[in-house]
Design a protein around this ligand. Sequence first.
Ligand SMILES: NC(=O)C1=CN([C@@H]2O[C@H](COP(=O)(O)OP(=O)(O)OC[C@H]3O[C@@H](n4cnc5c(N)ncnc54)[C@H](O)[C@@H]3O)[C@@H](O)[C@H]2O)C=CC1
Ligand SMILES: O=C(O)[C@@H]1CCC=N1
Length: 266
Amino acid sequence: MTVAIIGAGRIGEALLAGLLKSGFDPAGIVVAEKDSARAAAVSTQHGVRATTPKDAAAGAELLVIAVKPQDMASLLAEIGPALEPAALVVSLAAGITLDFLQSHLPAGTPVVRVMPNTPLLVGEAMSALSAGGHVGEEQLERAEALLGSVGRVVRVPESQLDAATALSGSGPAYFFYLIDAMIEAGVLLGVPRALATELMVQTALGSARMLRESGEHPALLREAVTSPAGTTAAALAELDRRAVRGAILDALTAARDRSVELGRPR
Ligand SMILES: NC(=O)C1=CN([C@@H]2O[C@H](COP(=O)(O)OP(=O)(O)OC[C@H]3O[C@@H](n4cnc5c(N)ncnc54)[C@H](O)[C@@H]3O)[C@@H](O)[C@H]2O)C=CC1
Ligand SMILES: O=C(O)[C@@H]1CCC=N1
């Protein structure tokens, strides 16, 4: 199967790197990137061919589109006429709806809308996807297999994709933000930066593994750390006084709303 990745920015290159790491043949992947210096760098670093979007579309069975939502309309107009008859188009763009994709591509084009996240670089992505009306089960499984080679995949109704974007799409940034803040707190408390980083990165990894492996609700795992009148209770009381839970609800609602806004036809 020939895969074209159109837009080799942060997420496009992360997907490319993840696919190659998972054993994908570089000869079966072609990239198209508007920024020619970036195209050359990505092509050299990963050993894949770089070409124009039209040329990439012409030879590909599966096209992954990883340009910004604002660049989608013009790109779809450019590649539409060059698509192979049975080509499957997979969009990673936040907000861009199946309806938008289908109405900007030749009638009957099978399209899948996906919200992945950057941990696809290390084979631990979370991708949520919805299929358009012209996608057969076999094609959907092909898209799932591609994303499944770099992490987990779930099918969701399209009505939940903007919320999934707020949760798992943007999610890595929230964890990085939190860990960055906790490292700074360590430095404030006199811990050398390298040690504070080691303490927090391993704590994040261990906590994530406990969640996954125990299957326990996070509230129960948090309770198990919280000794009566202890250190954790003192910290959590401070977070509650500052209404951090409410801030998280508002933050993710803002992300969901922004995803909806990015998908408005223009
Ligand atoms: N960064 C992230 O964590 C995630 C991003 N996404 C989605 O992925 C898409 C890309 O995001 P990023 O990689 O962060 O942005 P980016 O700006 O790093 O990458 C976009 C790339 O597309 C290229 N491009 C634009 N128009 C083009 C065209 N016509 N032909 C070829 N290349 C073109 C740009 O030069 C740029 O390198 C967005 O739609 C975003 O919503 C989805 C999930 C996570
Ligand atoms: O910030 C963004 O718009 C993209 C979509 C999800 C993660 N990054």
